[in-house]
Ligand binder design. Structure first.
Ligand SMILES: [Zn+2]
Ligand SMILES: [Zn+2]
Length: 214
């Protein structure tokens, strides 16, 4: 098995967790032994999020998708945004806020959970004052039971073997859908592949908007 950052290997990671006997859980209650909390911070692409969500659904897994209301790349109030939230729900996933500090308005579309985008150490692990869960506060965050694919790099190696071997008591697994839905050996290549795909999608949106592209 090669640990590529693609949706095929993401599916294998999910299956490895199941083989290790883990159950998929969400940010509610304290993390139970034997649970894996699949967390996705959606920084750039709703299309990538929905494609990852389909892979999880086929494997019988559910995750929490953290969506931005201040993204320069997507708009949750657009038809695409409304459809993406609906589709994630149909597939059995949760949605929550991927917030840009210090803005974390309550929003009825979301579960009472917040993940800060690019947080500074000063507030990264601090609980919210209104009782919503910060995904990086205790007990949902513990460095020993946390893995992240930040910038297409696992600091402690790909977690699939550890999951298969049930080596984690429980795990919060953060992945960014864009990294897996678009191909590239490095983050830079993957981002360029995403932008190429985005160009085609944008041209289609212009055509749909009756823009003359001749
Ligand atoms: Zn792997
Ligand atoms: Zn982010």
């Amino acid at each position: 098995m090669s640990c590529n950052f693609d949706l095929a290997h993401y599916g294998e990671i999910v299956v490895a967790a199941q083989a290790g006997g883990y159950r998929f859980a969400h940010f509610e209650g304290a993390p139970a032994a034997g649970s894996v909390i699949l967390r996705h911070d959606v920084d750039l692409s709703l299309d990538a999020a929905v494609r990852m969500a389909e892979v999880e659904h086929e494997a019988g897994a559910t995750a929490t998708y953290f969506l931005m209301t201040e993204s320069v790349f997507y708009n949750l109030d657009s038809p695409e945004g409304v459809a993406a939230i609906a589709r994630l729900g149909e597939l059995g996933h949760r949605v929550a806020l991927h917030a840009v500090y210090p803005n974390a308005p309550r929003d009825e579309r979301f579960d009472p959970v917040v993940a800060w985008h690019n947080p500074d150490p000063a507030y990264m692990h601090v609980p919210l004052v209104d009782g919503r869960i910060n995904v990086m506060q205790e007990p949902w965050f513990d460095p020993a039971t946390y893995r992240s694919d930040s910038n297409q790099h696992w600091r402690s190696g790909c977690p699939h073997e550890g999951l298969r071997a049930a080596a984690f008591p429980w795990l919060q697994l953060l992945t960014h859908p864009e990294i897996w839905a678009y191909s590239g050996a490095t983050m830079g290549q993957t981002m360029r592949a995403m932008l190429e795909a985005e160009k085609d999608r944008r041209l289609q949106q212009l055509a749909d908007d009756r823009i003359d592209l001749s």
